[in-house]
Design a binder for this molecule. Sequence first.
Ligand code: G3P
Ligand code: CA
Length: 334
Amino acid sequence: MRKLGWTTAITSGILIGLAACSPQPMDNPMQWQTLNGEAPLVIAHRGASGLRPEHTLEGYALAVAQGADVIEPDLVMTSDGFLIVRHDRYLSTSTNISDLPEFAGRRRVSDGRDDWWAEDLTLDEIQTLRARQPFNGRSLEFDDQFSIPTFEDVLDLAAAHGVRTEPEVKSPGVLTASGLDPMPELIRILRERGLDHAEAPTAIQCFEPDFLARLNEHIDTPLLMLVFSMQELDPEVDFMTPTVSLHDLATFADGVGPDKALLIDSDGHDTGFVSRAHALGLSVHPWTFRDDQPVADGANIEDELQRIYRLGVDGVFTDFPETAIRVRDEMQAE
Ligand code: G3P
Ligand code: CA
């Protein structure tokens, strides 16, 4: 169902009901507090990126083999207009480009960073690179072996295995300002594959509300607004990002992807975020759960996942999907 335009809904003060997100009867013993009463989705964040270089077909395939429900490609653009999967527009940390002499003269400064940039290279050039593990402390065993896939490569893999995708469009404002608006190519791909409707096994994520509000005018694919900052959870102001409130984003998005710190405070207590989002019909997919990065209050990953599942989140982004699946399935079996 097409949602009202963001501005229109704000102006008219209409609270939108989202049929696609309406709760369904709970019919399993766990009584999950998710919007549809089903077990939360495990979303392989950048693939099984704790164990393989991120955003590679090999990393996504491992996540699928582990039982992930969803794989997450982050999307950036090449100079010739292709959507490829990288977490960052710059390439030095997740590829071997710094070792390749043919690219030595292609560095430049952007956003205060001296690096190689995906939007400066053609797809053919990107495909000569190999992926590297960018996180300290993780295995480098698979570095310099796997190529950089296109978005369509990832959709092919997902379709072949029957898993969902949650693609994130990275920095659309910057890309559009440089003449590379990712939206037409994104819409073309989704339409061509029949992924432009409300029941499509995909949800498009973005940190930029303007982009999602604009996208909502063109396709009915579920949209997930990412948020990473909120000074206080103020029930009066309902303020979540510098540009959009929880209430307002419900007029153009179907779900919200918050930093997990917005759901549980530093003492380990529920902030009320999930219930507030659910009351607006928004699904909640927090990020990012990492076996190798303990949370501030000292909870181990199993405890952290259990308490986040108990809040009723509808999905979790994790670099280690196998762990999130195990913890979820243990709770289901209890
Ligand atoms: O898209 C969810 C999460 O991935 C957002 O953070 O920086 O890891 O893309 P990031
Ligand atoms: Ca992401």
